[in-house]
Design a protein around this ligand. Structure first.
Ligand code: ATP
Length: 458
């Protein structure tokens, strides 16, 4: 029952129908590369971010060889002083190669390095550049940063940018965090937040959007220990995806070759996933060894000294600019991966489509149904629902046939449904239905919360 390429259309349709993801401003025809999360998608995405924060910041796995470290968080502004982006190299170099098509009636714009994946707008059966009428220009650099103005004046002095990554907010607050907390190297600063990139060809649903969210860690360590921490974070991150239900045969850690690495980087692994829209694995997250490039760049640009952000080792009194390991993940890409991973189809079921979300990610954990809206059943179901709701996201549904209610919960990916029926009045038991195999059995109505606690292990 593996999810295939053709299923992507069904997944997008289900996301829309059930309120996971809508196109942004749809009633006005939408806007390319922007998406809105509906009620179920919002819960799912929140669970993704909560799981990351809990597992990486509040309670990260033990360090290599039992080594102690601390993790703290920041929440920085989206618009920053433009000098940040000059120092980081984004103003000069955050660009993709772009080509235009000059052919009458086309006027397409493509990423020069992705022509073989970009259908020609005039002849979609061929790729851009392959149709004899294509008139592509030479490639030119297109800066991906969205520009805006701050304040009433709209001139060069007021130009600012929407951040294209959350990382720089962390770097420029490195000293603030060290001065205001008691963290010492090795330690990490984490941030979850929006980032914006004016992608030339947004596509593949939310995979390549122009507005998206990132979950980033900048982990500061001694240069001599940097490879150890790089390997630690790479392995921790791969295991994290597996722990949330991503099948390991669909995950590919791809170590970047020498020719791909940034000039300051010693190593980088892209953690890739096999989405149904492509035959090739695609990046979910990059884990990069960034050396001390960023702290030196900001030290030089803001204080005139490349070692302005050096720290002193208490024991050895050595002064050094920490090296940085950066696990940088996309919230929307992992949310999409969990949706495609969860999507299941079984024609033998009354409702063939169901979403097998990992229990931690499932937007709704349980549902309570009175079999019929009379005979005292709603009166029994209501307190059960209220009790569960105190502990788990839970829905009450009394509308339509029980089959339709199960189908609704299957599409939402709700792991368990409790039904109050005629027998409940006789022996105090309810039916529990399991989303994954549609099996049913009975438990005492007083045990619903305990049952969920055991089964969901949350
Ligand atoms: P790609 O090569 O796919 O453009 P990238 O290498 O430029 O990605 P990074 O700059 O490393 O991406 O950003 C870190 C993470 O942010 C990515 O691994 C991805 O999960 C997410 N991300 C980056 N660009 C986008 C986008 N346009 N839409 C959604 N998520 C994105």
């Amino acid at each position: 029952m593996s999810v295939e390429k053709k299923d992507m259309e069904k997944i997008v349709a289900l996301c829309r129908r059930r309120g996971f993801i809508f196109g942004s401003s749809e009633i006005y025809g939408g806007i390319g590369g922007f998406w809105d999360y509906g009620p179920l998608g919002t819960e799912l995405k929140r669970n993704v971010k909560d799981a990351w924060w809990e597992d990486m910041v509040r309670n990260p796995p033990e360090g290599p060889n039992g080594k102690e470290f601390q993790m703290v968080g920041v929440d920085c502004s989206i618009i920053m002083n433009p000098k940040v982006w000059e120092a980081s190299g984004h103003v000069g170099g955050f660009s993709d190669p772009m080509v235009d098509c000059k052919t009458e009636g086309c006027k397409g714009r493509f990423r020069a390095d992705q022509l073989c994946e970009s259908p020609c707008p005039l002849k979609p059966s061929k790729m851009a550049g392959d149709f004899e009428k294509c008139g592509l220009t030479e490639a030119r650099a297109f800066n991906l940063m969205f520009q805006t103005y701050v304040g009433a004046m709209q001139d060069n002095s007021s130009v600012a940018y929407l951040r294209p990554e959350t990382a720089q907010g962390i770097f420029v607050n490195f000293k603030n965090v060290m001065d205001s907390t008691r963290v010492k190297v090795p330690f990490g600063i984490a941030q979850i937040g929006k980032a914006f990139r004016n992608e030339i060809n947004p596509r593949n649903f939310t995979f390549r959007s122009r507005e998206f969210e990132q979950m980033e860690i900048e982990f500061f360590c001694h240069p001599d220990e940097s490879m150890m921490w790089y390997e630690y974070w790479r392995d921790v991150r791969i295991k994290w995806y597996e722990s949330l239900g991503i099948r390991s045969d669909k995950l590919r850690p791809r170590e970047q070759g020498e020719d791909e690495l940034a000039h300051y980087s010693d190593a980088c692994t892209d953690i890739e996933y096999l989405f149904p829209f492509s035959d090739e694995t695609q990046e979910l997250e990059g884990v990069a060894h960034r050396g001390n490039f960023d702290l030196r760049a900001h030290g030089t640009a803001s204080k005139g000294k490349e070692n302005a952000f050096a720290v002193i080792d208490d024991a050895t009194k050595e002064r050094f600019v920490p090296h940085v390991i950066e696990p940088s993940a996309g919230v929307d890409r992992f949310t999409l991966a969990s949706i495609t991973e969860a999507y299941s189809y079984d024609e033998n079921r009354a409702s063939p489509e169901f979403m097998k979300f990992h229990p931690r990610l499932a937007p709704i954990k349980a549902a309570v149904f009175p079999l019929v809206g009379k005979d005292g059943m709603p009166e029994i179901a209501d307190p059960i629902y209220r009790e569960i709701k105190k502990r788990f996201p839970c829905q009450y549904d009394a509308k339509q046939s029980i089959g339709k209610r199960y189908a609704r919960m299957d599409e939402a990916g709700t792991p368990f449904c409790f039904t109050v029926d005629g027998q409940t009045k006789e022996d105090g038991t309810v039916t529990v239905r399991n989303r994954d195999d549609a099996s049913q059995h009975r438990i005492d109505k007083s045990r619903c919360v305990e049952y969920l606690q055991d089964q969901l292990s949350l």
